[in-house]
Design a protein around this ligand. Structure first.
Ligand SMILES: [Zn+2]
Length: 305
């Protein structure tokens, strides 16, 4: 149970939002169907509502499919939309990647045009403040739509989850450092082995950005950039605990990191049968099961504008 709450907490799935005054005609509709059907952003000023795994947003813009230093991948999903600040962060980071020696960035899923729960995949990515960036350094930035459907990223982590593959390079560390140093970024999710490698050479001067790099399951084919709540979004809930709290003010190169390559992979054997819980714990619903009434009230307006 502790492990489960750790996993869910790490992804920011804990938040609960009260809902009121939702149009009864849509209150019980599946949210991912409604948000999945929206093909464009709204024309309202940019604002996000709710939390990373239970939210939506107005005024999202599209990351141009191809730019001088990036390409958006898997265009058929129409998930290259985000809060304007997210799009700026990605464009800025792609320019930094060029300075580091890459051709730019391959950008995976951001959000749907109005955010919200998705029909497949991610629990989060609902507020236009989360983006996946491929671990594969771009070869070309003139990939066709079809090539962008078919090309695959590479894993920088070994199958046993304990080490890195030959796909990992010092430039990966520099790109991650650049991303984590952006003050608009709240945290970055990577496979534990990646952070362990970056901890190896850490100095006290690295603490502020390194504590933003958080170990999580998966995230060996891509890293995930999560922004803080942007200005002008009073109904946006920042993730808690903060990265400073999670790492007790340190860089996070500690037991909680090593847990991912020890107990997480080889749970200690239980010598006694665990006592049955007095009451069954309610099953946590995946955002795919959310109805509109589960989302912040504003999301019913966003999806019907
Ligand atoms: Zn992601």
């Amino acid at each position: 149970m502790k492990r489960l709450s750790l996993l869910l907490g790490a992804l920011g799935l804990g938040a609960c939002v009260s809902s009121s005054a939702i149009d009864p005609a849509i209150a019980q509709q599946l949210a991912n169907q409604m948000f999945g059907a929206a093909t464009r952003g709204t024309s309202e000023p940019a604002q996000v509502y709710g939390s990373y795994a239970r939210g939506c947003g107005d005024g999202f813009v599209q990351l141009p499919e191809t730019g001088p230093t990036w390409q958006a991948m898997r265009l058929s999903r129409n998930r290259n939309w985000g809060h304007p600040e997210m799009i700026s962060v990605l464009q800025d980071l792609s320019r930094q990647a060029v300075q580091i020696g890459w051709n730019g960035l391959y950008v995976g899923d951001i959000s749907q045009p109005r955010g919200g729960p998705m029909t497949s995949g991610h629990a989060s990515h609902q507020m236009g403040l989360d983006a996946d960036i491929w671990m594969l350094p771009p070869g070309r930035l003139d990939l066709s739509r079809t090539e962008r459907e078919n090309l695959s990223s590479v894993s920088v982590r070994t199958e046993d989850q304990r080490g890195l593959t030959s796909h990992w390079t010092p430039q990966h560390a520099q790109v991650l450092r650049a991303a984590a140093s952006d003050p608009r970024v709240d945290r970055i999710f990577v496979a534990a082995a990646v952070k362990i490698e970056m901890c190896r050479t850490a100095t006290p001067a690295d603490t502020a950005w390194l504590q933003r790099i958080r170990p999580i399951q998966g995230h060996n084919y891509h890293f995930h950039v999560r922004l803080r709540c942007p200005a002008g979004s009073p109904s946006c809930e920042t993730q808690s605990p903060t990265v400073a709290e999670l790492s007790n003010g340190g860089n996070g190169c500690d037991d909680t990191l090593m847990w991912w390559v020890t107990d997480f992979l080889n749970p200690p054997r239980q010598t006694e049968r665990p006592a049955e819980p007095a009451e069954p714990t309610p099953r946590r619903r995946h955002p795919r099961e959310f109805v509109m009434a589960d989302l912040p009230r504003q999301c019913s307006e966003v999806v019907t504008r």
